[in-house]
Design a protein around this ligand. Structure first.
Ligand code: ATP
Ligand code: MG
Length: 384
């Protein structure tokens, strides 16, 4: 339901309640028509109280003719406060009372966001002058905390992507320019620069791929194709893909397969998960170190087919405790200068987390600076 729809419903209710509240002044015994009206009033009051948006009808002299429970919660007032003090009772937010009066006098619709610090809540408030013969104002308060948070995250994401795209682009432009203005004549330098240009272009390519992946996952457009996978053989195959990278720095990749598990997973996505985690372990391990990949049965509830744990452990530089909780955030890198040389964008683990969740699994990281990092991925053996 849009804010506009809510406004229409609220307007209808407020007009009806306005009619009811005026009828109440009549002290003659209720006739049949009035009894029906009262039953209707009771019904509407029930509806108003259950609305999950705040609604108030305010008279031009500041009296609050109607306020539902949600509105009272937002403005931090009780029914008693409202009856006694009208708009003056509103403790938070201060602007609501002022804008009510402004709307009543100008007879113009006002829309504004207010932030309720105490309740950590963003409200979108609409003040609409009523033209039902009164000079009252209808106030509709709609919680937009999640919407605003999402907008902020999206804006930050766009800013981050732009920033990350600029860095390799600037490098490509810079080296191309240097080649054009003479470096091309020195073959050795030229080859070195071309190599860097190639690497930066590759980095751009990876970044664009990762951003596309993330946006597909977040919009729920990622199709998962589950099939049974023999985990032991699968892990050996995947590890072999990273052998060359590990060998460059004399890193040993050791597999410990304890459980001969078959699990139902999307093979390509599972490979993406494992490659990302292994690539991190290799990138942040010390030269000549060991990276261990272990498959074990997960202890716990096996009622729905059980689950299996894949644990990747390195004895590398580790992650400071304060960074561990943020490690799955998009673009989060512990030490940007250090990661830049390994070509990281800081998107790897956020993609991994999404993909693990697409398998109804869990991922956790345990790390100590100078000791190493352990990444544990727990996946259900069976998907629904
Ligand atoms: P990419 O998007 O290419 O994967 P990245 O590796 O920098 O880039 P993530 O995989 O999301 O990004 O990891 C985020 C950060 O977490 C890394 O930059 C690194 O600082 C830290 N990190 C991840 N894994 C490890 C590890 N095994 N040891 C130490 N630090 C790690
Ligand atoms: Mg990574």
């Amino acid at each position: 339901m849009s804010v506009f729809d809510i406004g229409i419903i609220a307007l209808g209710i407020a007009v009806l309640v306005g009619v009811f509240s005026r009828r109440k002044k009549n002290v003659e015994p209720p006739n049949e028509w009035e009894q029906r009206l009262r039953a209707l009033e009771a019904q509407w009051n029930g509806v108003i109280e259950r609305l999950d948006f705040g609604m108030m009808r305010i008279a031009i002299d500041g009296r609050i003719v109607l306020a539902n429970a949600q509105a009272l919660r937002y403005v931090g007032a009780t029914e008693h406060d409202v009856a006694q003090h009208g708009v003056r009772c509103m403790r938070t937010p201060p602007d609501v009372a002022r804008l009510c009066m402004q709307c009543a006098q100008s007879r113009e619709r006002i829309r504004e966001d207010v932030w309720l610090a105490q309740q950590q809540c963003a409200l979108h408030v609409t003040y609409a002058p009523l033209d039902d013969g009164s000079l009252d104002v209808l106030v509709v308060m709609h919680d937009v905390t999640d919407v605003r948070r999402l907008e902020r995250v999206r804006n930050e994401f766009v800013a981050n992507v732009t920033h990350e795209l600029k860095t390799p682009l600037a490098a490509i432009q810079g080296f191309a320019e240097t080649l054009r203005s003479g470096a091309l004549r020195d073959e050795e330098t030229a080859l070195q620069f071309l190599h860097i240009i190639g690497e930066e272009a590759e980095r751009l390519n990876r970044l664009i791929g990762d951003v596309l992946d993330l946006s597909r996952m977040e919009s729920g457009a990622l199709d998962m194709h589950f099939s049974p996978i023999e985990l032991g053989a699968f892990v050996q195959r995947t590890v072999r893909m990273l052998d060359a990278e590990a060998a460059k720095r004399a890193i040993v990749l050791r597999t410990e397969i304890e459980s001969e598990a078959f699990i139902e997973a999307d093979e390509d996505r599972l490979q993406q998960i494992l490659i990302n985690v292994l690539a991190n372990a290799i990138a942040y391990a010390h030269d000549g170190g060991v990276v261990c990949i272990r498959i074990e049965e997960a202890v716990g509830d096996a009622s729905d087919g059980g689950s299996t744990r894949i644990v990747v452990r390195d004895e590398g530089i580790g992650i400071p405790q304060e960074d561990v909780p943020r490690i799955f955030e998009r673009f989060y890198r512990v030490d940007k200068a250090r990661t830049r040389t390994s070509g990281g964008t800081g998107l790897g683990l956020s993609i991994v987390k999404h993909l693990v969740e697409c398998h109804r699994g869990r991922i956790s990281i345990d790390s100590e600076v100078g000791v190493g990092t352990t990444v544990a991925i727990e996946l259900p053996n069976v998907q629904w």
